[in-house]
Design a protein around this ligand. Structure first.
Ligand code: PMP
Length: 400
């Protein structure tokens, strides 16, 4: 008998499982609105021009493939930190930072660092709902995952009162996970005024803000605007940690380029914290992949490429915003849906939390070959001029 004969079959991943089912469907009209990966208006994966140009520059440089240090490519982490915190941010000089295996890897480093060194009860509060992987990552690292109110089903918008109330009522010194922008899965972000209130409540309770920024630039099209919350917390004197990903905003999904950073009090603390990050990372994967980091570094440190990239981020964000407008118009004007679809255009970033029930999600799959997660989340990036009307017809039919 095999050693592994008692290993049970696990459930498919809620998001990646959707792609599997989509692949098995032979209908030409099928749509994959599960995975959060950008597509151009022809429904094709999009490699950014800025990235292609950076790749040409790198090829020209004929670099070797030696190992990076444990914390990665130093010019990359410097540039990444500036993009997130701001070029002139005073925290840059005392920032402990490491490259990571994209955003997921950054969250894992963070989770493990808190699990080992956070000097208070290790409770982390995440929004309800949040990206499913948050729960898995934090609980595997031994943190206790708790929820704060976030989404209001009656408005398909933010429940700011529940959010503030739950954060206020969490035990002092709790860790609070915040999506910096373009909340996944809801597409609902606090306004700047609401962020200011959240920063105050977090401070009053002595909580620790843990930012997850996987979509800088993707919410508004403007990387500075999308960094508002992070920079506001920093300006208010919060010590923050940040998980950062270039998967979406630079289209580097499979290159796994990200960073994890910790704002430290002084140079000595930074040195101690970085030494522990290295000790934590070394047994996991020794050192990170270099190619994606070199691409990001080349884009961010070559002025023409940086401008080109900023323009491309804006173009991607605007295409998604235009699909929201079209989807809503088709629903209301062409198909005469009597439901309220304001949230389709109010929400931002990659996702639309449509309000569809799990049964409606099953029906839209079976009858219309439209694939999305059972929470009703639509990846707007999978919608294009060619299929937006079909999608509206499908949604209308399963929701009427
Ligand atoms: N955080 C959130 C909220 C996300 O949506 C994602 C991507 N789905 C990530 C982190 C990390 O993604 P990656 O590991 O591909 O950078």
């Amino acid at each position: 008998v095999s050693t592994w004969s008692s290993v049970p079959q696990g459930p498919p991943d809620a998001i990646l499982g959707v792609t599997e089912a989509f692949k098995r469907d032979a209908d030409p009209k099928k749509m994959n609105l599960g995975v959060g990966a950008y597509r151009d208006d022809n429904g094709k994966p999009y490699v950014l021009e800025a990235v292609k140009k950076a790749e040409a520059i790198l090829l020209e440089q004929n670099l070797d493939k030696e190992y990076a240090g444990i914390t990665g490519v130093p010019d990359f982490t410097k540039a990444a930190a500036k993009l997130a915190y701001g070029d002139e941010s005073p925290v840059l000089s005392n920032l402990a930072i490491t490259q990571s295996i994209s955003g997921t890897g950054a969250l894992n480093i963070g989770a493990n660092f808190f699990s080992t060194f956070y000097p208070h009860a290790k409770n982390i509060y995440v929004p309800n709902p949040t990206w499913g992987n948050h729960n898995a990552i934090f609980s595997r690292a031994g943190l206790k995952v708790e929820k704060y109110g976030y989404f209001d089903k009656s408005t398909n918008g933010l429940n700011i009162n529940a959010m503030l109330e739950d954060i206020k009522n969490a035990p002092k010194n709790s860790i609070v996970l915040l999506h910096a922008c373009a909340h996944n899965p809801t597409g609902v972000d606090p306004t700047q005024e609401q962020w200011n209130e959240i920063a105050q409540v977090v401070k009053d309770q002595g909580h620790f803000p843990f930012f997850d920024m996987a979509y800088q630039g993707f919410a508004s099209g403007d990387c500075t605007k999308d960094a508002y919350a992070l920079r506001k917390f920093v300006a208010d004197g919060h010590q923050v940690v940040l998980s950062q990903s270039f998967a979406k905003n630079m289209g580097l999904y499979g290159e796994r380029a990200g960073s994890f950073s910790i704002v430290c009090a002084d140079a000595d603390e930074k040195s101690r914290v970085e030494s522990q990050l290295k000790i934590l990372i070394r047994p996991m994967y020794s050192n990170p992949p270099i190619h994606g980091a070199r691409l990001v570094n080349t884009v961010l440190n070559t002025p023409e490429l940086k401008q080109l990239w900023l323009d491309e981020v804006k173009t991607m964000a605007e295409r998604i915003i235009s699909m929201r407008t079209k989807l809503r118009n088709h629903l209301e004007a062409d198909f005469g849906s009597k439901k309220n679809w304001e949230h389709v255009t109010n929400q931002i970033g990659m996702f639309c939390y449509s309000g569809m029930t799990p049964e409606q999600v099953d029906k839209i799959k079976d009858d219309w070959h439209v694939y999305l997660t059972r929470d009703g989340r639509i990846s707007m990036a999978g919608v294009s001029s060619g299929n937006v009307k079909y999608l509206a017809e499908a949604i209308h039919n399963v929701t009427k």
